[in-house]
Structures are given as C-alpha cells and as structure tokens.
Ligand binder design. Structure first.
Ligand SMILES: [Zn+2]
Length: 107
C-alpha cells in the first residue's frame, strides 16, 4: 500500500518549488535587455535556455497537478496501463509516474 499522505506532501512541496522557480525566471525574462549588442546576444542565448527550462517546469507542474488529482480520485500509484500497483521506489524516483516499471519498459 502506497503511503499517499507522504507522496501528497512531497508533490505539494515540489509544486511550490517549481512555481517559485518559474516566477524567478519570468521576472528575469521581463528584465530590460542590455543595450550593448554583444551583451544582448549573450542575454538572448541565456533566455532560450531559461525558456526551455521554464517549459520543462511547466510540464512538471502539469504532471504534478495530474498526480494530485489522481490522489483525490484514489488512483494514485496505480498504473494507467495495466492497473497494477506502481512500486513505492518508482514513485519516490518519479513522483508523478503514471505507469509501472514493466509497462514503461514495454511502452
Ligand atoms: Zn503497468
């Protein structure tokens, strides 16, 4: 039996961290760009990296929200494919995992 409250608090905490990181990035993206052209090139390269990171973080938040709603529906830790249990170990590694290891490997 999966310890739901443990994973729920980890998911909530992780979600808070991600939201904070995204807010920090967005603040930086909104900063006025330097006028020197060389600096500007460097800055926009940095922006691209940041944007990719923000996108990944948004994707993770979405996955976490989905996991939290699975907790509400009492299906957290249950494989979407075979409906078998997902091991605690796997959930510890990937909090928002939706497939058990076996299904993931055969997917
Ligand atoms: Zn499965």
């Amino acid at each position: 039996m999966v310890d739901i409250s443990h994973f729920k608090s980890r998911l909530t905490k992780r979600r808070g961290e991600l939201a904070k990181m995204i807010a920090t990035y967005e603040q930086r993206l909104d900063d006025p760009k330097p006028n020197d052209s060389e600096d500007r090139a460097t800055a926009s390269e940095g922006d691209e990296v940041m944007e990719a990171q923000v996108e990944a973080e948004y994707a993770e938040i979405k996955a976490i929200d989905a996991a939290l709603s699975r907790i509400d529906n009492d299906v957290y830790g249950i494989c979407l494919s075979c409906e078998g249990p997902i091991s605690d170990e796997r959930l510890e590694a990937v909090l928002h995992a939706t497939l058990c290891r076996r299904c993931m490997e055969t997917a």
